[in-house]
Design a binder for this molecule. Sequence first.
Ligand SMILES: C[S@@+](CC[C@H](N)C(=O)[O-])C[C@H]1O[C@@H](n2cnc3c(N)ncnc32)[C@H](O)[C@@H]1O
Length: 209
Amino acid sequence: MKDNTYHKFSEKYNLKYSKKSFYRWTKPSKLVTDSIKFLPPKSKVLDLGCWEWRNSFFLAEKWFDVTAVDLSEVWINKLKDFANQNNLNIKTQVSDMWKFLDECEEFDVIFCMNSLQFVGKKNIFSMIDKVKSKTKNWWFNIIASLIIESEAQKQSILSKGKYYFDEWELKNIYKDWEIRFYEEKLSDWETHGLPKHRHYNVSLIAKNK
Ligand SMILES: C[S@@+](CC[C@H](N)C(=O)[O-])C[C@H]1O[C@@H](n2cnc3c(N)ncnc32)[C@H](O)[C@@H]1O
């Protein structure tokens, strides 16, 4: 992402997330709690687009070596405070995920939990290539994202610079890896500050074989 776009996004997220009323998920995602059966303790994991703390915190509590990255300084500061209060060691970085991946070393496991939908059509496929390339051989990518439900929604999502996958698209992108878990499913009813709605979710656990 170009630097000026990065700042625009960063400001937007900081403003949005600094509002006290903003909805907060507190429990770790089920995909994350389910995934740890595949992962040896102390694995070096990256939580890309970590948001506040729920998944990074859970992983650090389970003794993984966690690095959490987000564009939003507000979220990273909250995560740092929370980690300090709970004596948890979580490495943090405020960064665009693209920039971070350009500069980081390889990880054992990269989690992209509900963050890839913000990447946009132009960059999504090269972003996934980058995520794959920063994952050690025999290790994992764990992804939760959204699926397009209709042509009208697709046009609206693309016009906002976001990208939701088509059905089976993510599985196809990972066809050169070993798929350990793949699911496309309608979520439970949610609100998070919006009228009651559901999302069409995709979840993937894939091994770099
Ligand atoms: C829906 S939240 C993710 C939630 C979190 N991973 C979880 O599952 O609880 C999306 C997060 O991605 C971050 N994000 C969006 N675009 C990003 C980018 N280009 N680089 C880094 N983080 C980004 C946002 O700041 C936000 O915290």
